[in-house]
Design a protein around this ligand. Sequence first.
Ligand code: ADP
Ligand code: GN1
Ligand code: MG
Length: 363
Amino acid sequence: MKTNEQLLHILNQFPLTEKAVSAEPFGNGHINDTFKVVTESGETTYILQRINHQIFTNVDMLQQNVTIVTTHIRRKLEERKEEDIDRKVLTFLPTKAAKPFYFDGDGYWRVCLFIPRSKSYEEVTPELSYEAGRAFGDFQSMLADIPEGTLGETIPNFHHMEFRLQQFHEAVEADPANRLVEVSELVDEIEKRTKAMCIQEELYREGKLKKRVNHCDTKVNNILFDEKGKVLCVIDLDTVMPGFVLSDIGDFIRTGVNTGAEDDPNLENIDVNMPIFEAYTRGYMETAHSFLTPLEIKMLPYGGRLLTYMQTVRFLTDYINGDTYYKIHYPEHNLVRTKAQFRFLQKLEEKASEMDRFMEEWL
Ligand code: ADP
Ligand code: GN1
Ligand code: MG
């Protein structure tokens, strides 16, 4: 952990318009460290982030992607003659040495403008969910014309289910923390579904699905809303990369449509909130239908199951590996997360045909 003084020294590498006085931890991310920066006037003016370079090993590529994406979106917003653009797209500050991040000897740091009068949510209403659906669909459609090969894969095979299962099988094989005995039932449940959950990769090989630029972390709390509940900005852009389109409906279903928390220790809290699903899908279809193929539209509810299954696999893999990837807040955290995600998957499976029927009006 850095002291306030060290954080202020890091901030001093960036051309802030006002002197920073403090940097406080902010948000619930599992990977990077986020701080909100208060300046002399008493306002929160910047966000400071330490990039986890054990996970994002190519920090140059990462920050280059983020620059391409934010520049592209800014241009689209200007073309549309939007007002208040500085609150609708993230603005990163190069360092005083004109670098996109600062390396302090052991970590990589970046600064962006804090978007004033904004709010993110861990739980949404149908109204907020509809707005979020519109925003993520619009985000993807604004990025749809970025030429192939422009954005790198900041984490290779990030949402590739076959690859995630390969990592899972390697963990099971090695069992480095001797935890396999306690999770054998969960391992069996994952094995039962492997074929059904790798359809995207299969369809891609058959030429029936293409890759698109996705956000790949469309958690509820990665959207900033204004005081009236309208979306300002899509944030957390580290995983924006080419992949399969289901990612961006899938992760919202996984987080926003769950009546419980991602790591809910009480499985009774976990269920499917259909009005939130319907509202998100309606919003998303309004802005995304122009580029989605009928096959992709048909598969959107499957995306929710897929991303929930993928997250179950990823949390369980990390638990079996002895908690090397996600930040944990207590020793069993990854196991609790796994069980909560798996319960939600079962609930989504129960609702699969109802969700599929909901898509029919767009087909
Ligand atoms: P993490 O990787 O930790 O999830 P995020 O970039 O999502 O990092 O930031 C964590 C939280 O900080 C967000 O959920 C949001 O509430 C807040 N936040 C992030 N960036 C901004 C910003 N530019 N302006 C206002 N709030 C922000
Ligand atoms: C991580 O950084 P954060 O907390 O928004 C993870 C996502 C997972 C999510 C689970 C780079 O996201 O893929 O879905 O945790 N990000 C990375 O909550 O692995
Ligand atoms: Mg986030």
